[in-house]
Design a protein around this ligand. Structure first.
Ligand SMILES: [Zn+2]
Length: 258
């Protein structure tokens, strides 16, 4: 059974690696434009966490502290309604997404974020492939994961806190870019789009920047999308919907043949 699993993993690798290398790997550097935007009154973002056993509780605290330090500048404070134990569903980012995306956002969660430990197998792949440090779905920007343990050289460069901040920009609907200049007004528009009656930080269809103002709208949009993909027979497609993030240096390694 183990071998069968590995074999399947290897078959899907070519597609997944291509998706990784196609994108750039930064949401961009800060610019002075950050101060030119009015972000409105403070808001709370409630991030519900799934956590594998190997991620220490202190790491959860340091990640949440790092998120608050970064996103406080937009008047956002990050609260964690709950942390639930979770077993990493598979070896690849695609397998993680297949588990994560169909999960419903339940009240009071605005976002569902998984903190994943690193497998020894990931480190082996890291020698030849860019490592996936995290990903967020681009259909609703409400589900994502980050690798939250220090276990490889590339990760020491980025660090789980920096990787979590990167993914959190995606959870606010910001795509990759060279700078964050285009992201600042997106964050302002996201905050402004909040429906006071809905008790929910809107989800974002990333490409069109369409706001999904209720939890049910975000849940049903994702359900609908998953159903479409399944109808199209693309078994691996939930992964393809994400912004997959590789660590910097390894991105320049050549693609191995599948
Ligand atoms: Zn990214």
């Amino acid at each position: 059974v183990r071998w069968a699993t590995r074999r399947r993993t290897r078959t899907g690798l070519g597609l997944w690696a291509a998706a990784l290398l196609a994108g750039c790997t930064t949401v961009g550097v800060h610019t002075r434009a950050i101060d030119a935007i009015e972000y409105g009154p403070p808001q709370t973002v409630r991030v519900c966490l799934l956590k594998t056993a190997d991620v220490p509780a202190a790491r959860v605290d340091s990640i949440v502290a790092a998120l608050n330090a970064e996103f406080g500048r937009y008047g956002l404070s990050i609260e964690v309604p709950w942390v639930r134990p979770w077993v990493r569903p598979g070896f690849q980012a695609g397998a993680i997404f297949e588990d994560l995306l169909p999960r419903e956002l339940e009240p009071p969660c605005d976002r569902l974020f998984a903190l994943v430990d690193r497998h020894a197998g990931d480190m082996l792949w890291g020698l030849v492939l860019p490592e996936v440090l995290g990903a967020v779905d681009t259909v609703t920007s409400t589900r994502g994961f980050v690798v939250a343990t220090y276990a490889s050289l590339n990760q020491v460069v980025a660090g789980p806190e920096a990787a979590a901040i990167h993914e959190f920009y995606h959870l606010l609907g910001c795509p990759h870019g060279m700078t964050l200049t285009a992201c600042y007004p997106r964050i302002a528009r996201l905050k402004a789009a909040r429906d006071p009656a809905a008790d929910f930080l809107p989800g974002v269809e990333m490409e069109q920047e369409k706001h999904l103002t209720t939890r049910e709208a975000a849940n049903s949009r994702l359900r609908e999308w998953i159903a479409e993909q399944r109808a199209n027979g693309k078994a691996q497609s939930p992964a393809a919907a994400g912004n997959a993030d590789a660590s910097g240096p390894a991105v320049r390694t050549p693609t191995p043949r599948p």
